[in-house]
Design a protein around this ligand. Structure first.
Ligand SMILES: Cc1ncc(COP(=O)(O)OP(=O)(O)O)c(N)n1
Ligand SMILES: Cc1ncsc1CCOP(=O)(O)O
Ligand SMILES: [Mg+2]
Length: 235
């Protein structure tokens, strides 16, 4: 199935074993799916290749058990090798998310094929100029941020001098207007940000800690997707 055609980045969970406060990735993903999240990315800077393949297997399984294999896209951060090995093992992984210093998107596209999803982090410096001029033929969306400085990714938005550049809502509105592909915004995003973030016109939000680190991940996920759809108000 071509998962590019169903890609929905409106409520996007990024998660790895280091983000779950001791709970299983499987349980966090299940909570996010039950709470209405539409896209899942497995991201770990500590798991081995075999560990990541196992995570792919259990996550694809939980997506299937939720009846969402044809609607929720499963991506892996950085690891083209893991995606290829998981697929070789018959696991349904739909694509990859890469950043500026990872495997080039054209290589990802070549190895993953035309039906796979390839996401790219937008460059921090000269963000608007970069997005306006980037050749987007190989990618399906841009990941942009941070909205706020975040301990989940300490280098996000950090310039060589150590200062962190966060993204203003005005800038995100412009980003949405000029980007040839959908834009998903993350980095310190919490429920209280969603109304204003939605108003910028961007296509979605991504989070690690707001769901994976929540005391009640299901309630947190429900609150966020409800807010994104304009159903509830933040406390
Ligand atoms: C949806 C989304 N957007 C941005 C990122 C960051 O990717 P990258 O810049 O490659 O950094 P790492 O996540 O690899 O530390 C992302 N993972 N997902
Ligand atoms: C993976 C990633 N890429 C940019 S910020 C970020 C981390 C987001 O985590 P959190 O939602 O906990 O701030
Ligand atoms: Mg990366």
């Amino acid at each position: 199935m071509n998962m590019r055609s169903v890609l929905d980045i409106s409520a996007y969970l990024v998660v790895g074993p280091e983000n779950t406060k001791g709970r299983s990735v499987r349980d966090i993903v299940k909570a996010a799916l039950d709470g209405g999240f539409t896209c899942v990315q497995l991201r770990s800077k500590v798991a081995s290749a075999r560990g990541m393949i196992s995570l792919c297997k259990e996550t694809a399984q939980v997506i299937a058990e939720s009846g969402k294999s044809d609607s929720v896209v499963l991506l892996v951060d950085d690891r083209l090798d893991v995606v290829l090995a998981a697929r070789e093992a018959g696991i349904k992984v739909d694509g990859i998310h890469v950043g500026q210093s990872d495997i080039p998107v054209e290589v990802c596209r070549k190895y993953l094929g035309k039906d796979s999803v390839v996401g790219l982090s937008a460059r921090t410096e000269e963000l608007l100029d970069y997005v306006a001029h980037y050749d987007t033929r190989y990618i399906d969306y841009f990941g942009a941020g941070p909205l706020h400085e975040t301990p989940s990714k300490k280098d996000c938005g950090r310039l060589p001098d150590g200062t962190v550049v966060t993204r203003s809502l005005e800038e995100l509105k412009t980003l949405h207007e000029i980007s040839p592909v959908p834009v998903v915004v993350g980095g310190g995003v919490k429920a209280r940000d969603l109304k204003a973030l939605k108003a910028t016109g961007v296509d979605g939000f991504f989070v690690i800690s707001a769901v994976a680190g929540a005391t009640d991940p299901l309630a947190a996920a429900r609150e966020m997707t409800g807010l994104w759809k304009g159903r509830k108000s933040a406390d």
